[in-house]
Design a protein around this ligand. Structure first.
Ligand code: EAX
Length: 321
């Protein structure tokens, strides 16, 4: 009797010796072994360690909680704590993000990462709280390449007329129309089935996504167009961040930086090893496309991009060395 009274009084005083634990739900589109899984696991490991186990994650890989747009909405509503997402649908929530989705805006990974980590990319992150979101860091999806089931794509004329699945992203769709592509916007969970049934002829994604999603099973041709750099973001909500102590906030932001580093490292690895793997899996790969022809095809749409985003803002990104 005596012991239970002591236990009860300790409990009442909150002195349980066992810290309360909060389990955070984090979702992303591809497998746990993919670049999103590697980045998310780095984040989760670090917040558990940094908060002495007071915070830990429950991961929902492989679009278990729906497409990226749905997961971002769930974070806004409070039914999901974090999402590690490409910028694909993000521009529909935070318009300032759209500029980084412009085709052929970034020269290479070094250029893209410098922009995202520098003042331009960091300033975009400050626009999220006004939309009920908090972007903890830029992670990374990668440079996007075209796959299809019909024929090799070397120049825009080869892509012309193809029904290609795109993200729900107007900036991408306007650019792809300039190549003569018929863009079909679709949430990621539906893509494999649509390719398998031939509802669309092709799609475009970075090597890490093509690998993790086993698109080689439903796509014959891969062309290394690298037509868009696809940034990604680790997003949570002001609701979650406002619950954290200042010390825990620091832990979360530091863990988000670790996610960025880990995810980019995995993208590098997939870029180095993935193409040979996809060839082994049966894809025919066009390594050298006519990049200039693709860029030339965008001349008119760049006029509308300049009107929408400001020619000087586009130039500022292009001029980052
Ligand atoms: O973020 O929808 C897409 O094509 C994205 O690249 C994918 O969800 C990974």
């Amino acid at each position: 009797m005596k012991h239970s009274l002591i236990a009860l009084s300790l409990l009442a005083a909150g002195i349980t010796g066992v810290q309360a634990q909060t389990v955070l739900k984090i979702g992303y589109a591809t497998t746990q072994a993919s670049h999103y899984g590697v980045g998310s696991t780095a984040f989760c490991d670090e917040i558990e360690k940094g908060t002495q186990g007071r915070y830990k994650c429950q991961q929902f890989p492989s679009s278990a909680l729906g497409g990226e747009r749905e997961m971002i909405e769930a974070v806004q509503l409070g039914t999901l704590d974090l999402v590690n997402t490409s910028t694909g649908p993000v521009g529909n929530f935070v318009p300032e993000v759209k500029i980084v989705d412009i085709p052929f805006l970034f020269r290479d990974y070094d250029h893209a990462r410098k922009v995202m980590d520098g003042p331009i990319g960091q300033d975009i992150l400050t626009k999220f709280p006004a939309k009920g979101l908090v972007a903890l860091s830029w992670t990374e999806n990668g440079f996007r390449h075209m796959t299809n089931s019909k024929h090799a794509i070397v120049k825009p004329e080869d892509a012309s007329g193809l029904k290609m699945r795109t993200m729900e992203n107007k900036v991408h769709m306007d650019g792809y129309r300039a190549f003569g592509i018929q863009p079909t916007p679709m949430a990621f969970p539906e893509v494999f089935g649509a390719l398998q049934q031939g509802t669309v002829d092709g799609q475009e994604n970075p090597i890490p996504v093509i690998l993790a999603s086993k698109f080689s099973q439903v796509q014959k041709h891969l062309s290394l167009t690298g037509h868009v750099y696809s940034p990604a973001l680790l997003i949570t909500s002001p609701r979650l961040m406002n619950k954290l102590s200042d010390a825990d906030k620091k832990v979360f932001y530091a863990a988000a930086k670790s996610a960025t580093v880990a995810q980019r490292k995995k993208v590098n690895e997939d870029e180095n090893n993935g193409i040979a793997q996809l060839e082994k899996d049966g894809m025919t790969v066009v390594r050298k496309v006519d990049g200039q022809a693709f860029r030339n095809a965008l001349r008119d749409v760049y006029v509308s991009y300049s009107k929408e985003f400001g020619a000087d803002n586009i130039r500022k990104i292009q001029d980052v060395k």
